[in-house]
Design a protein around this ligand. Structure first.
Ligand code: TRP
Length: 328
């Protein structure tokens, strides 16, 4: 990967970002903005495929999410930050790709089947949801990226993107390179209760949480469930809290914690105090950057204005080629 290679990724604006997003996704994005031509977009159309019935929160979520991005260190000078729906050419490409995409490919997509079965609170029988991967293929292919940083859950979608690209290329001639998944080992960042950190589980620490809330959350965090008293030795390898020390605590302190826990000289309450201190130190600069951005009205709109334009310029070049190849 070098500065000449393009990487692209998107995120649906579904709510405030938490530590799981940071360690699972955003940390990789921060690397990519230094080491590739990086494009990051807010997938607002994708959010609508499942949340079409109530779109009242979407504008706010979009702005807040971009604030989180900038707060953690994405810089509009180093990467292109844009909004999916601002590049209408993506919708055109999605339509054109739907011509070469068999319905059966979409119906057998594991993510599609799983979500239709599991999410009973929403009606997911709409065409938009079925075509989610076609839109995603358009998002990706229109920028002809070399790599797409995604979590493992997105691999079936990316496989479909490659299949669609292959089919398009075989019908109309070589147009789209097949994008690779950039999978970095996601750091383990469980929720407060040890399950996956997820807004819908109510077990998240948000990047924008105030410190009073954070104190309460840390106090209630699960630790080694088999350690009942301070005098019992604990096992850091099965401790939920210790996974966070792996992410946020320096090596020496972490070694001391391991020792103190295993010999029952350090209790969970004190261990949490160390964590709380480190967590605050980590979040402070993030929240300061966020506050600065919030002070400047229109800051996010400004970022979009530049990013949308630059993304669109690129997309238009691809579309000229696509239309010509398809004989339009
Ligand atoms: N489906 C992705 C998710 O839910 C979001 C997304 C939409 C995306 N289009 C994309 C990711 C293109 C990477 C590339 O997280």
């Amino acid at each position: 990967m070098n500065r000449e290679s393009r990487a692209l990724s998107g995120m649906r604006p579904t709510g405030p970002l938490h530590l799981g997003h940071y360690f699972g996704v955003l940390k990789n994005w921060l690397d990519l903005q230094e080491n590739a031509q990086a494009y990051f977009f807010v997938a607002d159309w994708h959010a609508m495929t499942s949340d079409f019935a109530d779109t009242s929160g979407i504008r706010r979520n979009i702005v807040e999410m971009v604030k989180d991005w900038v707060a953690v260190g994405l810089e509009p000078d180093k990467c292109v930050i844009f909004r999916q729906s601002a590049v209408k050419e993506t919708a055109e490409l999605s339509l054109l790709l739907s011509m070469v995409t068999p319905v059966s490919w979409l119906e057998r997509n594991p993510t599609y089947k799983e979500q239709q079965q599991q999410i009973s609170s929403k009606d997911l029988g709409n065409v938009g949801f079925l075509c989610y991967p076609v839109l995603m293929a358009a998002d990706i292919l229109i920028y002809r990226p070399y790599g797409v940083p995604v979590g493992e859950d997105q691999l079936p979608h990316l496989e479909l993107t490659r299949e669609i690209a292959r089919r398009f290329n075989s019908c109309y001639g070589q147009t789209f390179p097949e994008p690779q998944a950039l999978l970095t080992l996601a750091a383990k960042c469980p929720g407060l209760d040890g399950r996956k950190m997820s807004k819908s589980y109510g077990n998240s620490i948000f990047l924008s949480d105030n410190f009073a809330d954070i104190r309460g959350k840390v106090r209630g965090m699960f630790t080694d469930q088999t350690r009942l008293r301070k005098t019992d030795p604990g096992n850091p390898d099965v401790c939920n809290l210790f996974s966070y020390h792996v992410l946020l605590t320096d090596d020496q302190t972490r070694a001391d914690i391991r020792e103190g826990c295993a010999t029952a000289t350090l209790g969970c309450v004190d261990c949490k105090k160390i964590f709380l201190k480190n967590l605050k130190a980590f979040l402070l600069p993030i929240q300061e950057r966020r506050a600065k951005l919030t002070e400047r009205p229109g800051a996010v709109e400004e970022i979009f204005a530049a990013g949308n334009e630059s993304a669109r310029t690129f997309a238009c070049v691809t579309m000229d080629d696509v239309r010509q190849k398809m004989g339009l």
